[in-house]
Unconditional design. Structure first.
Length: 249
């Protein structure tokens, strides 16, 4: 059921469809941290699917996983809807100039002929694949989206092969796994194994946990490469960097 009906009658910025992971927390709600997927995005904000929506007017901090880089923004909830999946319409209230330019470049891409349904997040992550109860294969993820992933294996598996892909535990993060299916294969550059395009077999809590667990590894690992970086740092924003103010969604 709709929590509010206070959606703008006319929007300042056009929306474009895009599935993109966003980490969200609220300084007003202790312990609230979640990852969601956008349904659409615009210059002034985005529409986000989340496990639990926040009330209108709640301030948020956002980490936008745009594929080739990440951007941070502060925002506020404009409206929410509780009917599954829960959704929040968010407007940006602050963003650094560098992050704003990167965001606008993504929007320009989505408005052109090379638009994409989902953002692919590049990564290098070793995993284990199981195509039969007693048969396991080592593999390596090279990118991930909400629809599937690009996997490198040492041998060629035929399309429609069903796999269980397992990401091992790391630091304080537990193991996560998902049921997937091979869609296509081709030789990797320079003979480095075989590339496999995999899709998720189900759109359920297992897929959600796999995405969250895998993306957290990528973000925390990237943050640790920054001097003084910690897992908490993925939410940090330097208040001296300056920002921009924008009406929104």
């Amino acid at each position: 059921m709709e929590q509010t009906v206070d959606r703008p009658a006319s929007r300042q910025h056009p929306r474009v469809p895009l599935r993109m992971p966003v980490f969200c927390e609220s300084p007003a709600i202790t312990g609230y941290r979640t990852v969601g997927l956008t349904q659409n995005v615009s210059r002034g904000g985005l529409l986000l699917e989340v496990p639990q929506a926040l009330a209108p007017d709640t301030p948020t901090r956002l980490l936008l996983l745009m594929g080739d880089r990440n951007a941070r923004a502060e925002g506020a909830v404009v409206w929410t809807a509780e009917d599954p999946p829960s959704r929040m319409g968010l407007k940006f209230t602050m963003m650094t100039e560098a992050d704003r330019l990167a965001w606008e470049q993504l929007l320009d891409l989505q408005a052109g002929p090379k638009s994409r349904a989902s953002v692919r997040i590049p990564m290098v992550l070793d995993v284990t694949c199981r195509d039969q109860p007693d048969t396991t294969l080592p593999g390596r993820i090279e990118n991930l989206s909400d629809g599937g992933l690009l996997l490198v294996l040492s041998q060629d598996l035929s399309p429609q092969t069903q796999l269980t892909v397992t990401v091992p535990p790391w630091l304080t993060l537990p193991s996560v796994e998902a049921e997937m299916e091979v869609v296509w294969t081709r030789s990797a550059p320079e003979g480095d194994g075989v590339l496999h395009g995999l899709r998720f077999r189900a759109d359920d809590i297992g897929k959600e946990l796999f995405l969250i667990g895998t993306l957290l590894r990528q973000i925390v690992a990237s943050d640790e490469e920054t001097p003084g970086g910690t897992a908490e740092g993925i939410w940090a924003k330097d208040p001296d960097e300056g920002g921009w103010s924008e009406g929104g969604e």
